[in-house]
Design a protein around this ligand. Structure first.
Ligand code: NAP
Ligand code: MG
Length: 402
C-alpha cells in the first residue's frame, strides 16, 4: 500500500512519562506504516522545557497559530516534587495553561462510546460534549473573611468617579465576601468558539446559566451569546439543521438527564469544572475522553483528557508490564489528522482517521482491552492486554479495514 500523503505539517507536541511511551508506540504501529507523516515536532517533555526555559511551549503554541492544527501529548505540570525529580530551574507553569492563553481557546471534552462500557445514565446513547469557559469568575477571585462592618462593591471609572453598592452589613459574627469578574471580550470569544464548534460537529448547542438570580452577571453571558447568535450564526445553524438555545442551568441539568445525549453543553467556568467531571465519570473513564482546544478563529489543538499516568511509568521504568489505555491519545491523533485532511482537502487522510477510530473501537468491542476497561466492562469474555499488545491488536483491525 502506498502511504497517504500530507501537505501541511501538524504541530506535534510530545510530552511526558507513560503517555510519551504510548506516543511513540502509536506513531510506530498505527501512523508511520500508513501515512507519510508530516509534523513540526516540539518536545514539551519537562526536561526540554527546562532546558529552553519553557520557550519550547511558547514556540509550539505560536506554530499552532501558524499552521492551524496541533496534537499534544500529556505533560507534567511541575510541583515541588518535580523540582527535585527533574532538577528544575523554575517551577514552570502548566503547558496547557500557557498554550490556552496564547491560543485563547475553549476546551471541548467528549466521551468515546463503545459497546460494553455503558454510561451509568441508561438513556445516554450519544456522547455529551462539555464546553467550559476557561477565564474568570471564581478562578480569578478576590476574597476575604471579615468581622463586624460594612462590605461595599466599589467601581472607579477611568475619570475617577466612584459608584458604590452595599453588599452586606455584618454583625459581630462576621462572614465572608468575594469579588469576581469576567470580560466581555472573553465571553464573546467563548460564545464564538462554541458556535463554531457546534457547526463543525453538526451538533446542537445548549447553554445554561443562572440569569434569574444573577440579573447582571449571568444575564450578560446570556445576552452576549444571544446577540452573537442572532447576528452571525442563526442562518448557519438553520442551514446545518442544528439548534442553539439558552435556558437556566437547573433546567439544562434536568433535560440532560432525560436526554439521549449528542449535544454540546456550554458551561461557565465553575459549572464546566463540576459538570465535566460528572459527565466523564458517568460515561466510564478519563482514558475514554477526547479533548480539543478550539480558538475563535478556528485553530485546533487535540489532546487526551488524562495526565501522564505517572504510576504506570514508574512500573515501566522498572521493566514491569503496564496496561495503559492509549485510546484518548490515539483519538487526539485521529482528531488532528482528520482536521488537517478537511482543511487541506485530503479525503484519504480523513478516511484513514475514521478507520483508525473504528479499528480502536472494534478492538475493545471484540473484548480486547487494557486493564482499566476490563475492570468496568459489561462484556463477558475479555482479554486484558499490555500497553503495546493493545496497540498491536488495533493495528490488526486497522489493516483489515484499509
Ligand atoms: P493521570 O495521569 O490522569 O492518572 C491518574 C490515574 O488515573 C492513574 O494513576 C491511573 O490509575 C488512571 N489513568 C489515567 N489515565 C489512564 C490511562 N490512559 N490508562 C489507564 N489508567 C489511567 O493523573 P495524575 O496522576 O494526577 O497526574 C500525573 C501527571 O499528569 C501530573 O504531573 C500532572 O501534572 C499531569 N497532568 C497532565 C495533564 C495534561 O497534560 N493534559 C492533565 C492532567 C494531569 P491507576 O494508577 O489506578 O491505574
Ligand atoms: Mg474539576
Amino acid at each position: 500500500m502506498e502511504k497517504i500523503k500530507m501537505t501541511t505539517p501538524l504541530v506535534e507536541m510530545d510530552g511526558d512519562e507513560m503517555t510519551r511511551i504510548l506516543w511513540q508506540m502509536i506513531k510506530d504501529e498505527l501512523l508511520l506504516p500508513f501515512i507519510d507523516l508530516k509534523t513540526e515536532y516540539y518536545d514539551l517533555g519537562l526536561k526540554y522545557r527546562n532546558e529552553t526555559n519553557d520557550q519550547v511551549t511558547v514556540d509550539s503554541a505560536n506554530a499552532t497559530l501558524k499552521y492551524g492544527v496541533a496534537v499534544k501529548c500529556a505533560t507534567i505540570t511541575p510541583n515541588a516534587a518535580r523540582m527535585t525529580e527533574y532538577d528544575l530551574k523554575e517551577m514552570w507553569k502548566s503547558p496547557n495553561g500557557t498554550i490556552r492563553a496564547i491560543l485563547n481557546g475553549t476546551v471541548f471534552r467528549t466521551p468515546i462510546i463503545v459497546k460494553g462500557i455503558e454510561p451509568y445514565v441508561k438513556n445516554w446513547k450519544k456522547p455529551i460534549t462539555i464546553a467550559r469557559h476557561a477565564y474568570g469568575d471564581i478562578y480569578l477571585n478576590t476574597e476575604a473573611q471579615v468581622g463586624k462592618g460594612k462590605a461595599e462593591l466599589v467601581f472607579t471609572d477611568e475619570n475617577g468617579n466612584e459608584t458604590r453598592q452595599l453588599i452586606h452589613e455584618f454583625d459581630e459574627d462576621g462572614g465572608i465576601i468575594q469579588g469576581v469578574h469576567n470580560c466581555n471580550k472573553s465571553i464573546e470569544d467563548f460564545a464564538k468558539a462554541c458556535f463554531n464548534y457546534a457547526l463543525d460537529q453538526k451538533k446542537d448547542l445548549w447553554f445554561g446559566a443562572k440569569d434569574t438570580i444573577s440579573k447582571k452577571y449571568d444575564h450578560k453571558f446570556k445576552d452576549i451569546f444571544n446577540d452573537i447568535y442572532e447576528k452571525d450564526y442563526k442562518e448557519k445553524f438553520e442551514e446545518a439543521g442544528i439548534e442553539y438555545f439558552y435556558t437556566l442551568i437547573d433546567d439544562i441539568v434536568a433535560r440532560i438527564m432525560k436526554s439521549n445525549g449528542g449535544m454540546i453543553w456550554a458551561c461557565k467556568n465553575y459549572d464546566g469544572d463540576v459538570m465535566s467531571d460528572m459527565v466523564s465519570s458517568a460515561f466510564g473513564s478519563l482514558a475514554m475522553m477526547t479533548s480539543v482546544l478550539v480558538n475563535p478563529d478556528g485553530i485546533y489543538e487535540y489532546e487526551a483528557a488524562h495526565g501522564t499516568v505517572q504510576r504506570h511509568y514508574y512500573k515501566h521504568l522498572k521493566g514491569e508490564e503496564t496496561s495503559t489505555n492509549s485510546v484518548a491519545t490515539i483519538f487526539a491523533w485521529t482528531g488532528a489528522l482528520r482536521k488537517r485532511g478537511e482543511l487541506d482537502e485530503l479525503p484519504e487522510l480523513v478516511r484513514f482517521a475514521n478507520k483508525l477510530e473504528r479499528a480502536t473501537i472494534a478492538t475493545i468491542e471484540s473484548g480486547k482491552m487494557t486493564k482499566d476497561l476490563a475492570l468496568i466492562t459489561k462484556l463477558e469474555e475479555t482479554v486484558t492486554l499490555d500497553s503495546l499488545g493493545f496497540i498491536k491488536e488495533i493495528r490488526k483491525n486497522l489493516e483489515d479495514l484499509l
